[in-house]
Design a protein around this ligand. Structure first.
Ligand SMILES: Nc1ncnc2c1ncn2[C@@H]1O[C@H](COP(=O)(O)OP(=O)(O)O)[C@@H](O)[C@H]1O
Ligand SMILES: [Mg+2]
Length: 402
């Protein structure tokens, strides 16, 4: 879907002032004159840039999707403070007033209207797991055990954090997991199905993504969002995604959305695909196969393995995980990144030369004020000189006056 308002803005070339930030759309590399965007299920995500070169994403929901502004506005404050959730924590719901007429900047009434109800958020680094997994399937990227286990550990940590804050993403899937392939850090995007006990379930919320939806989300053949509107709702997809991280390799076939599980098999908790996956996983990591099977058999969220159980498994293979990364193995661009981070840090304060002694201020010692002691009256012994006073003469031969 091409948004003509975005195209007009792009071709004008000017920044627009949106929420006190000058931003403009990025042009598609292959389709000149078209804004760069990505379209998945329920929205189109446009990529923009601010005047400092920082990329951001503006997500426009399809017109059939009703927007629960109050719900979306609360999500940021409920998320744990961790870079893995930056996309949700720093998102803003735009309104018509977000676009402000400013001298030298682009402004169109229709753009203001179009921006109403969109979500602006920072662009996260890397690629979604769908893309990374496809590269692995094609053999353009190879994942070693360390990288696979690191991905499991990083995703498990994020789910553990969410649980500690009594919330859930509720739509963990290959398209909503971002991976920075330089650091193997994991980020979550797409918080439109977010759960927290303090929120009311929105009228339009997903029940997950095909290939990641638990069988208990169905009630007599109908998908029911309230079946996963509870704590622990990410546990099922966590187990499937960890299984994918450990198994996807060159030639692995993709299912509907880019995962490895068939939704129809998941719904029935069995099938040749599931059997083959669990067997392969069992050969490599029997502990992980047990956890994965436990999720597949689950009857509700609480039946699924917890993030703690996954961490326990990962710790048993931790000798591989904690292998240090050698600096020689890092690409030049990564080293450049580290250098730039370091150069941004505050320089050490200069050391002042010592002053010359004569320039030093003279310190006048202060005599401490002692407490006043009342004089004591004492009797003096008789003066031995009184008798001799008249006889006394100084060395000079004159009488000394007393
Ligand atoms: N914050 C982001 N950073 C980078 N890419 C993003 C971001 N948000 C969305 N995208 C891109 O847009 C696509 C669709 O966004 P998403 O929020 O998952 O929409 P949908 O609700 O349609 O699944 C993603 O797969 C990704 O390619
Ligand atoms: Mg998505």
């Amino acid at each position: 879907m091409v948004a003509p308002v975005m195209e007009k803005w792009l071709n004008d070339g000017r920044y627009a002032m949106v929420n006190q930030r000058r931003i403009k759309p990025i042009e598609h590399e292959q389709f000149r004159g078209k804004p760069l965007s990505s379209q998945k299920g329920q929205a189109e995500a446009f990529f923009l840039v601010d005047e400092n070169g920082n990329w951001l994403v503006v997500k426009k929901f399809h017109s059939n999707r009703t927007l629960d502004r109050e719900y979306l506005l609360k999500i940021g404050s409920l998320l744990p403070k961790d870079p893995g959730f930056i996309c949700g924590a720093e998102s803003q719901v735009l309104s018509e007033d977000s676009l402000v007429k400013t001298k030298g900047c682009y402004y169109k009434r229709e753009l203001a209207r179009w921006l109403d109800g969109t979500i602006s958020m920072p662009k996260v680094n890397g690629y979604d797991w769908t893309i990374v997994a496809d590269e692995v399937r094609e053999g353009t990227i190879g994942l070693d055990n360390l990288q696979r286990l690191t991905l499991c550990r990083n995703l498990t940590r994020l789910v553990e954090l969410l649980e500690a804050y009594h919330c859930c993403h509720r739509d963990l899937s290959c398209g909503n997991i971002f991976i920075d392939i330089k650091t193997w850090d994991v980020y979550l995007i797409d918080f439109g199905s977010f759960y927290h006990g303090s929120l009311r379930i929105p009228k339009a919320t997903t029940c997950g993504t095909e290939g990641y939806t638990p069988p208990y989300a169905w009630d007599n053949g109908d998908l029911r969002a309230n079946r996963t509107w509870c704590e622990g709702a990410d546990r099922y997809a966590l187990s499937l995604l960890n299984t994918e991280f450990l198994l996807v390799t060159k030639g692995t076939e993709a299912t509907a959305e880019g995962g490895i599980f068939e939704q129809s098999e998941l719904k029935h908790r069995c099938g040749p695909g599931i059997t083959s996956i669990i067997n392969k996983l069992g050969d490599l990591y029997p502990g992980a196969a047990q956890l994965s099977q436990m999720a597949i058999n689950s009857r509700n969220c609480k039946d699924c393995p917890s993030p703690g159980q996954w961490t326990e498994f990962l710790n048993t293979v931790s000798s591989v995980v904690t292998k240090p990364v050698s600096i020689a193995g890092l690409s030049d661009t990564y080293i450049a990144q580290i250098s730039s981070i370091l150069s941004r840090s505050r320089p050490a304060a200069p050391l002042w030369p010592a002053p010359r002694l004569e320039d030093m201020p003279i310190r006048i010692p202060r005599i401490p004020v002692t407490t006043c002691i009342p004089p004591r009256i004492v009797d003096l012994p008789p003066d031995p000189w009184t008798k001799k006073r008249t006889e006394y003469r100084s060395n000079l031969g004159r009488s000394k006056p007393w």
